[in-house]
Design a protein around this ligand. Sequence first.
Ligand code: WT7
Length: 661
Amino acid sequence: MSEETPSDQTLANLSREERRFEPPAELAEHANLRAEAYDRAASDREAFWAEQAERLAWDQKWDRVLDWDDPPFAKWFAGGKLNAAYNCVDRHVEAGNGDKVAFHWVGEPADDTRTLTYAQMKDEVCKAANALTELGVKTGDRVAIYLPMIPEAVVAMLACARIGAPHTVVFGGFSSDALASRLTDCQAKVVVTSDGGYRRGAPSALKPAVDEARAKTAENGFSVEKVLVVRRTGQEVDWDDSVDVWWHDAVDSASTEHACEFFDAEHPLYVMYTSGTTGKPKGILHTTAGYLVGSAYTHWAVFDLKPETDVFWCTADIGWVTGHSYIVYGPMANGATQVLYEGTPDSPERGRWWKIIEEYGVTIFYTAPTAIRSFMKQGREIPDRHDMSSLRLLGSVGEPINPEAYVWYRSVVGGDRTPVVDTWWQTETGSIMISPLPGVTAGKPGSAMTPIPGVAAEVVNDEGEPVPNGSGGYLVLTEPWPSMLRTLWGDDERFKETYWSRFNKQGYYFAGDGAKKDEDGDIWVLGRVDDVMNVSGHRLSTTEIESALVSHPKVAEAAVVGAKDEDTGQAVCAFVILREEAGDGGDDIVEELRNHVRKEIGAIAKPRQIMIVAELPKTRSGKIMRRLLRDVAENREVGDVTTLADSSVMDLISSGLASGK
Ligand code: WT7
């Protein structure tokens, strides 16, 4: 560690110190959004959003900014007509920016790169739109996308948007079971996938999971009609001529001419599945205009995007909402130049990300705290080998960023120059809700600060009353916003019940997070207050993992908790009671169960730890007391056990674990 850099101890002290980082003068002077915007937006929220909607190209302007006559079902920009793909590609080409780079794509294998201009993206999107139509996809049909981080993923999404077919992108790390349940839930007509992708230098198959998922959906009496397959790795694939179609056959030969149709503002744009408190993932529905307004506005305001000079890089996978809003829709609606990277941060070398920043002159970088913490662990020598002076702004998303990680990020990656925007939002909110404004806010390490102009948030108590500064409570959004989810796919009741009925207050959106307002009224998000875990910035449901465990023939009962983890924020810890006939389960029982969860859901859900126990702590009404299990998982003294039906259970668990049984 060199002398100028603060030691870990200093960093820890800094975070205790109420240090604030003022915006750099230069950035403040030229900032896209100024302090006055807060008052302007608060005094006439709808007028403010109407102003933001002007950043899009409309075939027909709206009649009404917000229709909130039937809450919680909102309509934004009703009467307006537009096409999301036209906004993301065509209009930039028409404005003379066709030669501008849309993506510097960096493949995982070294030297496997592609540059795509906006004109090229437009041609590819038009070709893919024609190919999808040829495959029978019509406006309103759902198309699933299960791809690695290759340009075709972006092309496929925009092609769907262009023809008004809502897409549902399923993260490539999800299992065939997870894919099958999503395909069935939204009745996808076509799946776009690839033979495989690259993972740490080696090809890794994807197509077999689609084949398996298709077989499973067929068992449920539903069938996917066509599978469009990109050739990425060249590996062998099973082929069914009646269903499978190569992308290079269907798309490459298609016409680059495609007249786009304009859709209603509220036309469904996509469904993104996310874990809830029950075993069944929720299909979050986003619609066209409001979502595009929200993602474009926030990308411009929070990242201070200057499309002529900035190079933006968001490291999220397109399979998550962050990739949808801050790789595809927000940045492309804004005509940004971006880096799109296929691989992992440390392959083939640990400095791969920093090398990419140096090589492409990345100016704005957006990533997750879990990644930052893992780089911190590797030490600053690795980033220090690279010239990252192009960076002018850093962003964080996915989980609370601990002050040490914030300070390290700002100092080591940002060379002590760059503001860090800690952005709080969710799949449901569609775009950033709470964040510093880089040219306005003096940032506090660890705080997402205040709602951005146009957004209204509060921290409330059980009765829905705002808590005073210095206190904690539940995070709520108190006014509708354009990029809000419209419903859960096929389940209006669950939509109302999950988000809008927690408080006896009309129109309060319950986010599921706990938060604190500090003495200045700034917001510190503390994490989920429901049975949802946050592992490496990914949302996982305890119930979903419990169901996966219980589906194993040797398991009688399971309880899952999220335990604090230094690297991943939280980690999945499972307590399992085996069936009597399974005996002690065998030597490899823990590994067997971990792999079972991986197979059922995906590698991200694989428990860090599984503890085989004889009993689970339950209340008299039979509810599992996860709080006590969390104490065990986090090696703490077990808390109050007086509400347990059988108060000796915790002793049994602790002694059983100590003796290795
Ligand atoms: C949950 C949403 C939308 C981004 C990717 C995750 C947590 C997200 C922050 C932040 C503290 C955060 C919350 C939220 N979260 N960003 N800056 N500070 N917590 O999307 O899977 O829908 O998860 O992630 O708990 O509810 P998601």
